[in-house]
Design a protein around this ligand. Structure first.
Ligand code: GLY
Length: 560
């Protein structure tokens, strides 16, 4: 079947629904969450009359307690929203502290020091999460802030039963620290955690109570700011009280692209993810019909996507960074004519030479994501991170929360890969107050102004592949939510050369065909999709089975 190629770039907010009467209510609530504590707490808020943003705020704070690998107070994230039919985007990404310098992670010989941007107080950017949730509540919240924080306070104070996967991750992380000779206080805070036993976090509970009572100031000023400042001074960190007080979350215009009859609402810079997903979807639409009977996860499909991704990641390395500091040519990168010209370079039968793929115009890994749709048809896609699993591995003494190691998402030295193997140049070099480039891509797809799909995933640069493939699986190959979340995925990012990272579960003959084409197969799982799909029968919600997520759809008065 030939599909109509339609890819119109619209950087205006008015391209989607503007007539509230046209926004159909879905009569159901759906959540797709990375763990059961956040799922239950978010659904309780929705059933109490809160909207998708209220539920998102509760989920974000609960995850700071129950999913310390990535949930956070000490990190940041992006939230893509469609509220009363209007798309919006909240950037609560961390920023480099005032005292950060371009070469701060280089040794005397100009080489990148291996762990300085990944571990310890010096690896942390100024956290954005609390300011982000505060800004979201100010603009869209309907239930009181204190109510929304209560589940997190209770879970920190009274404790929660530790899932086995979390206890296993703590053991794995402690062994990793030991092996690398990295010293900090992670063991003091998390070393006594045991699977299926109740785990309490009294210091974190006090911090959450300050945020509950004082709002934004409960984190960026007063006692919490004092504790962060003191921890930084004692541990060679850079963040100070002024950095905290001056941090601001930013409302930005989301990228909205029309794709095959849908409006895809996704992340603008400082995420590279929205541009990348728009490029992938656009190039896919331009070339899919050149392959007869293109099947989901066939060798032809994987090769087409790898060819596309090569070009996407070449552009990412060169052009993307913080738009408050550099001129990101976002409109040019997603211009339909440009995308068609890049698509024309794709070789459908053989691997393009990596060195010949140039920019076209002139994360163990972690992070977590959740998706929410409320019964009024509002949607939130929220991706949040402290970068790698357990972030910088150190806890602010007295305040009880882990700090991010987001500084590694900057380019420490041009051309030298970061943890995720991503290279960058001047566009993403370290500067005070600058936001480091991200791949987080919370995305909402609309059809006739109604929410059709809400999706997102963790996984550093692999996020881009997970999100693009979840959209294609759901809307091009018409898989249901469960199938789309759990279908095996693959990732290619230009470097390492001709390497495809692949999930378990692919057909062996198909993998053999890719090997014979010249691809190196790196069999390592990545990502953790949480998606919600609207079908004629109602909402479907799915969380990837390999994770510890929970998703549910609740009708008028029952849970299922
Ligand atoms: N820390 C991973 C990302 O923002 O892409």
């Amino acid at each position: 079947m030939r599909l109509f190629f339609s890819f119109l770039v619209t950087l205006t907010l008015t391209s989607c629904a503007s007539d509230p009467a046209s926004i159909a209510k879905v009569e159901e609530h759906a959540v797709a969450m990375p763990d059961r504590f956040s799922a239950d707490a978010a659904m309780d808020v929705l059933l109490e009359g809160g909207n998708a943003v209220d539920a998102a705020i509760t989920a974000q704070f609960v995850l700071a307690v129950t999913l310390p690998e990535a949930g956070n107070l000490g990190g940041g994230g992006f939230m893509t929203l469609v509220m009363e039919g209007k798309p919006a985007f909240l950037d609560y990404r961390e920023i480099a502290p005032e005292k950060a310098t371009r070469d701060m992670y280089l040794d005397d010989k100009g080489n990148v020091k291996p762990y300085d941007s990944l571990f310890g107080a010096r690896a942390a950017g100024v956290p954005g999460t609390v300011a982000g949730m505060w800004a979201a509540h100010k603009r869209y919240g309907t239930l009181p802030w204190q109510r929304l924080l209560q589940p997190a306070v209770t879970l920190a104070e009274k404790g929660f039963e530790v899932p086995k996967a979390l206890a296993d991750n703590v053991v794995w992380y402690l062994e990793k620290l030991e092996k690398r000779g990295l010293k900090g206080n992670f063991s003091k805070y998390f070393g006594h955690m045991h699977a299926n036993e109740v785990f309490r976090q009294p210091e974190l509970a006090e911090t959450l109570k300050r945020i509950q009572q004082e709002g934004r100031a409960g984190f960026y000023e007063g006692e919490t700011a004092k504790l962060i400042d003191a921890y930084m001074l004692k541990n060679d960190g850079l963040i100070n009280k002024a950095d905290l007080k001056n941090y601001e979350a930013a409302w930005r215009q989301p990228i909205t692209v029309e794709w095959q009859g849908y409006d895809v609402v996704t992340s603008p810079a400082p995420s590279s993810g929205g541009v990348a997903v728009a490029q992938i979807l656009g190039m896919f639409a331009a070339r899919a019909d050149d392959i007869e009977q293109l099947e989901h996860n066939s060798a032809a499909y994987v090769h087409l996507m790898a060819e596309i991704s090569k070009r996407v990641f070449s552009d990412r390395a060169t052009y993307m960074g913080d738009p408050d500091f550099i001129d990101v040519p976002q409109a040019a990168l997603i211009d339909p004519k440009y995308i068609e010209s890049r698509a024309a370079e794709v070789n459908l039968t053989a691997i393009s030479d990596t060195d010949a793929v140039k920019p076209g115009l002139a994360e163990s890994e972690d992070t977590t994501h959740f998706s929410i749709v409320d019964k009024w048809g509002n949607a939130v896609a929220n991706t949040t991170t402290i970068n790698l699993t357990f972030g910088s591995g150190v806890v602010v003494e007295g305040a009880g929360f882990l700090l991010n190691d987001e500084m590694d998402d900057f380019s420490a030295k041009p051309g030298v890969p970061n943890f995720f193997g991503a290279v960058g140049g001047e566009a993403n070099e370290i500067q005070p107050h600058k936001r480091m480039l991200s791949s987080m891509t919370p995305t909402i797809v609309l059809k006739n102004d109604r929410v059709k799909l809400v999706t997102g995933s963790p996984g550093g640069t692999t996020i881009i592949s997970s999100v693009a493939q979840s959209i294609l699986a759901s809307l091009y190959f018409n898989l249901d939510a469960e199938q789309a979340a759990n279908a095996p995925r693959f990732h290619h990012q230009l470097l390492p050369k001709d390497t495809l990272r692949v999930h378990e579960g692919f057909d062996a003959t198909m993998l053999q065909a890719l090997s014979e084409m010249g691809y190196t197969l790196d069999k390592r799982r990545f990502g953790d999709i949480h998606l919600i799909k609207h079908t004629p029968a109602g909402l479907e919600a799915a969380s990837e089975k390999s994770g510890r997520g929970k998703s549910m759809v609740v009708g008028k008065d029952k849970r299922n």
